[in-house]
Design a protein around this ligand. Structure first.
Ligand code: PLP
Length: 397
């Protein structure tokens, strides 16, 4: 037998974390790593947040799981908070980001089919988007590397260039049901949509009775400097998927919708055994307690400013490595002059700095939102040492 007990779908590296302390991870060998990856934009509060740990411990000892066939005071409370904090009137809880997007896709289709518009099923999505790994969500993405080996795809998605409003308009036809878009593409390279694009999609949706569904799985939950990134675009969506940071490390997702958009999501149409169980709700509450307030969000924006200003100065020292800085809040990317995977490995293995590669030659920085000047200083020490000791590959672009 040569297959590993863990199905070998990830290119796992040699770093094997066994403990987390605030913004650091500690490996099996005892070494400390500065964590600017945060489980890919998940650990908003770092790794040993007392409020989050306490909430999970208390709830685990009280009631962990019950069926969604029963009333849920825990779910109602968290859903009400999300409703009060956002555009939404209603929330479906899931266990992951992809299930939240899947629910958003079903909500968009059901909106039309519920009133008999059976031919309006097609969702316009954007090139290099990432929406997760189920059949529906790989079908929603234009990235062929995710399709290979899994044909046939689910029908009903049409891809248009990201940030191309004219393209989106031209793609609307008699089958169109809505748009699905990340306000800031994460996996695709930390690329924020323009103001005109997001406002234009909203206007097109209104004009053609389409739903605007946002995938804020990565950019949502305070990561962008506002609770959700859509707030910075001066629009509201009809449907939105949230996850990653929402549980701060506990697996939770949520599909949020307006009453109108959710008209097809009636009894018997959707479900989840675990989704929204009391343990998950306790984690979600603890994260919201920490992040959903003006002080915390203002601090994320201020930290982002400091990190970004220094990054922009720093990259000028290494024009052969770095091209530009982009992103929002503490979701920042450095576009590099070559594929960043090897550099990510160099920073990790030789300088104990954890970052993540993203598409479009982008080095992704998604640290815990609780980093302060001490962590930023440590980050620049490690990044400077890493850049100085790195031998870039022969030019690729
Ligand atoms: C991570 C991610 C997903 C999928 O979330 P999972 O929890 O891995 O299922 C979907 N959309 C975006 C934008 C993401 O970043």
């Amino acid at each position: 037998m040569s297959i590993t007990p863990l199905m070998p779908v990830y290119p796992r590296c040699g770093f094997r974390p066994v403990k987390g302390e605030h913004c650091h991870l500690i490996g099996e060998d005892g070494r400390r790593y500065l964590d600017f990856a945060a489980g890919i934009a998940v650990n908003l509060l770092g790794h040993s947040h007392e409020g989050l740990i306490g909430a999970i411990q208390r709830q685990a000892a009280t009631l962990m799981h019950v069926s969604n066939l029963y009333g849920s005071p825990q779910g109602e409370h968290l859903a009400q908070r999300l409703v009060d904090l956002t555009f939404a009137d209603t929330v479906f809880f899931t266990n992951s980001g992809v299930e939240a997007v899947e629910c958003a896709i079903k909500t968009v289709r059901a909106y039309h089919q519920h009133v008999g518009n059976n031919r309006k099923y097609e969702i316009i999505t954007f090139r290099n988007a990432f929406h997760g790994r189920t059949m529906a969500t790989i079908s929603a993405s234009s990235q062929e590397k995710m399709h290979k080996g899994f044909y046939p795809l689910l029908e009903g998605f049409k891809y248009v260039d990201f940030d191309d409003l004219e393209g989106a308009k031209a793609a609307i036809g008699p089958n169109t049901a809505g748009f699905l878009v990340e306000p800031v593409q994460g996996e695709g390279g930390i690329r924020p949509a323009s103001q005109e694009f997001m406002q234009g999609l909203r206007a097109l949706a209104d004009e053609h009775d389409l739903l605007l569904a946002l995938d804020e799985v990565q950019c949502g939950m305070a990561r962008s400097g506002t609770l959700y990134a859509y707030e910075q675009y001066g629009i509201v969506p009809d449907v939105m998927a949230s996850a990653k940071g929402l549980g701060g490390g506990f697996p939770i997702g949520a599909c949020l919708a307006t009453e109108k958009a959710a008209r097809g999501m009636v009894i018997g149409t959707h479900g989840s055994t675990y989704g929204g169980n009391p343990l998950a709700m306790a984690a979600g509450e603890a994260v919201l307690d920490a992040v959903a307030n003006d002080e915390f969000l203002a601090q994320v924006r201020a930290t982002s400013e400091r990190l970004r200003t220094r990054l922009e100065q720093f990259i000028g020292n290494y024009p052969e490595l770095f091209e530009l800085v982009r992103g929002k809040g503490l979701m920042l990317g450095i576009r590099m002059k070559f594929e960043p995977r090897e550099f990510v490995g160099h920073l990790r293995d030789n300088h104990q700095l954890l970052t993540v590669a993203a598409g479009d030659q982008t080095l992704r920085l998604v640290p815990p939102l609780v980093i302060g000047d001490v962590e930023i200083d440590e980050f620049f020490d490690k990044l400077s040492a890493g850049a100085a000791s790195y031998q870039p590959p022969a030019a690729t672009s």
